[in-house]
Design a protein around this ligand. Structure first.
Ligand code: GDP
Length: 295
């Protein structure tokens, strides 16, 4: 994960090896390389620029820390800023509803259905909840079928109304069903499109307004870099969602989405998907990710 970025940052820090004291010149040189590494990882230009400027200001103001090697100091500052860039603290999930309603949004292929299953499995096995999965994709029968396969594999019930072409009604009926049958979390999987379009946005917006979820999660494929960030912005403008789910972090991702999304939409990354299996879900810890990036 993010191997290329890690390698490049490591090389950048090598510039400081052997210097006894941080000077403006060698800090500038190192940070230029850090910035280049971030840009290569597909981090947005302004974010990369602000990032290195912040680290630079902090580095030059830290004469106090003479006990640390300059290289180590800079690594620490970069780690702190990477952590901040990814949201700082770990963001929890709000399970206060009765039942808690979680709406999944995102483009087709982003990993919504897979993640709906992973989240249901996580809540079932780790949080002692009784989740219900809801198929609200009225366009692709295969999507409904896929949710049944997922539900079966983890032993979670799936609610669907294959004949009903109104996703708002399906979601509302599912919540009634959940209340009647004692489910405490309702995970609503919605229809995605290959790209952002008005019809999809109107539809999810209607579902969102009607069911007033405790958590609206935006699912995005981490491999799509800056596109992921643009899509996040489009969905956030409509839904004002609560958190981001970054999927496919097990793939050959460069890191741009993970590092840019918080700044652009000001919403935390809550979970990551790290594989196709139902267990491949992790709570997102910004500090651990920063440590991992720095090796
Ligand atoms: P949806 O259209 O948004 O519901 O997306 P799907 O859940 O159908 O996922 C699209 C494809 O991505 C499927 O082949 C999934 O198995 C795969 N996928 C989903 N999440 C992950 C992940 O975290 N890692 C990997 N490697 N593949 C994933």
């Amino acid at each position: 994960m993010f191997d290329n970025l890690s390698d490049k940052l490591d090389k950048a820090f090598h510039i400081l090896k052997g210097h006894g004291k941080i000077t403006e010149v060698n800090v500038a040189e190192t940070l230029k390389e850090v910035r280049r590494a971030l840009l290569d990882a597909d981090v947005n230009f302004k974010i990369a620029k602000d990032f290195t400027n912040t680290v630079k200001e902090k580095a030059l103001g830290q004469d106090v820390l003479t006990t640390l090697q300059p290289g180590q100091l800079l690594v620490k500052l970069v780690k702190d800023e990477l952590t901040a860039l990814m949201g700082g603290d770990v963001a929890g999930i709000n399970l206060s509803g009765n039942p808690t309603v979680i709406l999944m949004s995102g483009l087709q292929g982003s990993g919504k259905t897979t993640f709906s299953g992973k989240l249901a499995n996580y809540l079932l096995t780790k949080k002692n909840k009784k989740p219900l999965l809801v198929a609200c994709d009225i366009y692709r029968p295969a999507a409904i079928q896929q949710l049944y396969v997922v539900g079966d594999s983890i032993g979670v019930e799936v609610y669907s109304e294959p004949e009903n072409k109104n996703p708002v009604e399906i979601a509302q009926n599912a919540i009634k069903h959940a209340k009647a049958k004692g489910f405490d979390v309702v995970i609503v999987d919605t229809a995605g499109r290959l790209a952002v379009d008005t019809e999809m946005m109107n539809e999810i917006s209607r579902v969102h307004k009607a069911i007033q979820p405790q958590e609206t999660l935006f699912v995005v494929d981490a491999m799509t870099g800056q596109d992921a960030v643009n899509t996040a912005k489009a969905f956030n403008d409509i839904l004002n969602f609560d958190g981001v789910i970054l999927t496919k972090l097990d793939g050959d991702t460069r890191g741009g989405a993970a590092l840019s999304i918080k700044t652009v939409v000001n919403k935390p990354i809550k979970f990551v998907g790290t594989g196709e299996k139902m267990e491949a879900i992790d709570v997102f810890y910004p500090i651990r990710m920063a440590e991992r990036i720095l090796g």
